[in-house]
Write a protein that binds this ligand. Structure first.
Ligand code: AHR
Length: 627
């Protein structure tokens, strides 16, 4: 083998490829196949501190005083000056049947200059901004009427940045609500903690200590505005919830038992997420639905289907019936009128209008069920759901025998090369079977959030989704979120990263934003020659516009002559959005959140030929007016 010859030939090919334009022909007036209006959506679960310490805006970490051998998690004793106190968990008293314990603070010695109490560390701090209202509440009782001080305190200076006093009435459990406002000159920072202190000897019991900053749409018990805004920019058409593994749970006792996630927070016992921490369940079924409402997304409700992550299974038949009923009740809670048992509870919980549910998924990744019971379990759920809600599209988590699901959920987690290959996955798929939902997918390179190389893999994959969207009706990247603080991540390569103060989009996030920004309602006839196997495209159109996506995953620019036969002779303006970097390893971070982000420009097109050069390592969306 003459290696020198091979190397020279390869170099020549590279330079020729750089010089010889590829040819892309897109007949914008020749529809080929439909594109699903539901194609791009979101998938979510409690992982990587997605809700607690993430989207769900609660600031207090472990508001229900869970403890282990080391003490009450995330809470610490405060003894200032000459104060003397101790704290323990009292398992004999709590404010509700769901929260049967409490933190017991016994203060032997304290005065105004020497207060004692408890400190909460928050989710890697408490984000405090100037002139901001913080809304809080807690349940308490005490051995005598007692003033309690609540304060946000700067970690380094010890200065109080916001505070309020609340009077505890005495020996009966009662909820206390309060508000406090930070001052004008406070420096925005997450280096703060919460202190709850008293200034005299007394015994105080506390439970469900909660504090919220302003939330998106000012919802009580609501979501962080910065993260919701990032999601809105993705224009998602649906939300798949509550999982993922989170719907399954590690075992039967810890599956997502939706009935324990509704109603007042004091009636929610909390439960372990399979991702190694306890879920507060502040993001419960109604909050998921309101999240959909806020972003105008259709709920895609995943119901627990009897398989848990410890490999155990509830066999189809009578044993499974309670779980089928649990799923039916869940749908009724969302969609039922006030005259239905569960719809009435939703009304009680503050949402009179029913939600529309068009998609229900039965389980999650049931291909892992080694007892192979999914055919039977799916059939039982399918029959029951269709009998009561014939209009609901029922989604299976794997191909099933004996019943034909409306949609089957496929998952892909791969490196860049794998995703390039998967971009062609559906090109040859038979169209006679169920539709496809790509319910979880991601190019996994880069941590905690994916880098530009991963975004190229994602974009290549999405060209395949668009090209085949007559079959692939929905798709959602996963996981969506990660808290980037140490210990926050259980699964790397997550779309959006954040800490207590700020959030940022990864290059993969921007690829999603770009792709969803322009999607026609059909694909058009097109062909590409001479571009090699690291160049990808998709072409869709609707009557008013054409959308062309170009993904150049080469390290060199790619000249391409774009011919648009249906465009006509006149002048047209194209809006171009470009994301590019010099290296596949280039990325965004919490400290440098916008290194890689799309920039927009315009391109004047005269006639139907565009001599074009796609930049190296780039994703581009060209939006052309057709009218
Ligand atoms: O997205 C992370 C996990 O990957 C999901 O919980 C699970 O469905 C999949 O295996």
């Amino acid at each position: 083998m003459n290696y020198r010859f091979l190397i020279v030939s390869a170099a020549l090919l590279v330079s020729l490829r750089a010089q010889t334009p590829a040819a892309l022909t897109v007949d914008v007036k020749q529809p080929k196949a439909s594109v699903s209006p539901m194609l791009y959506g979101l998938m979510t679960e409690e992982i990587n501190y997605s809700y607690d310490g993430g989207l769900y805006a609660e600031l207090v970490h472990n508001r229900t005083f869970r403890s282990d051998w080391s003490g009450i998690l995330n809470w610490y004793l405060v003894e200032k000056g000459t104060a003397s106190a101790k704290v323990s968990v009292d398992n004999r008293t709590g404010p509700s049947a769901a929260l049967t314990n409490s933190a017991k603070l016994e203060v032997a010695k304290a005065d105004a200059k020497s207060p004692a109490g408890l400190l909460n560390e928050g989710y890697w701090g408490f984000a405090v901004r100037p002139n901001t209202r913080y809304t809080g509440s807690f349940y308490a009782k005490s051995d005598a009427p007692l003033p309690v001080k609540i304060a946000l305190v700067a970690d380094q200076s010890g200065q109080t940045v916001a505070s309020v006093a609340v009077s505890i009435a005495g020996a009966e459990w009662k909820q206390y609500k309060f508000e406090m406002r930070s001052g004008q000159v406070v420096t925005p920072s997450a280096e703060n903690h919460l202190e709850i202190t008293i200034d005299r000897p007394a015994t105080l019991w506390l439970q469900l200590v909660s504090l919220f900053p302003p939330t998106y749409h000012d919802r009580a018990n609501g979501n962080r505005a910065d993260i919701m805004q990032k999601l809105a920019a993705m224009r998602p058409s649906f939300l798949r919830f509550p999982g993922g593994n989170y719907v399954e749970g590690n075992n039967l006792a810890s599956h997502f038992d939706w009935k324990k996630t509704i109603g007042p927070l004091v009636d929610r016992p909390t439960h372990p997420s399979p991702w190694s921490y306890q879920s507060s369940d502040g993001m419960g079924l109604l909050e998921f639905l309101e999240w959909c409402e806020d972003l105008r997304m259709q709920p895609l409700l995943a119901v627990f289907a009897g398989y848990t992550l410890d490999g155990r299974v509830v066999r189809p038949g009578p044993d499974l019936e309670p779980y089928v009923q649990e799923g039916l009740d869940e749908i009724e809670y969302a969609t039922g009128g006030p005259d239905t048992k569960w719809g009435a509870l939703r009304v009680r919980d503050g949402h009179a209008a029913p939600f529309a549910i068009h998609y229900v998924e039965v389980g999650n990744e049931d291909n892992f069920d080694r007892a192979r019971t999914y055919d039977g379990r799916f059939a039982q759920f399918y029959k029951a759901i269709k009998a009561k809600y014939p209009e609901i599209q029922v989604i299976a988590t794997m191909p099933v025998m004996g019943t034909t699901p409306d949609i089957v959920d496929d998952h892909y987690y791969k490196r860049v090369q794998g995703m390039f290959e998967e971009s062609k996955h559906y090109d040859q798929t038979d169209r006679k079977g169920p539709k496809i939902f790509v319910g979880e997918w991601a190019t996994r390179e880069g941590t905690p959030t994916p880098n530009l190389g991963a975004a190229l893999g994602d974009a290549a994959f999405m060209t395949g989704l668009e090209r085949n969207s007559d079959l692939v009706v929905m798709a959602s990247y996963a996981p969506l979120f990660v808290n980037v603080n140490p210990g926050g991540m259980q699964w790397s390569s997550d779309l959006i990263g954040y800490d207590a103060m700020n959030s940022y989009g990864s290059p993969s996030y921007y690829a999603q934003v770009m792709f969803a920004s322009c999607v026609g309602d059909h694909t058009v006839t097109s062909s590409l020659t001479g571009a090699g196997d690291r160049f990808f495209y998709s072409a869709t159109a609707s009557p008013a516009k054409a959308c062309l996506k170009l993904v150049n995953a080469n390290s060199t620019a790619q000249p391409v002559t774009i011919t648009l036969p249906g465009l006509g002779a006149g002048a047209h303006t194209a809006r171009v959005s470009t994301m590019h970097a010099n290296s596949t390893w280039a990325t965004n971070t919490i400290k440098d959140p916008k290194r890689i982000a799309p920039v927009t420009s315009t391109l004047q097109v005269t006639g139907d030929r565009i001599p074009y050069v796609a930049p190296p390592y780039s994703i581009q969306v060209l939006e052309l007016d057709l009218k």
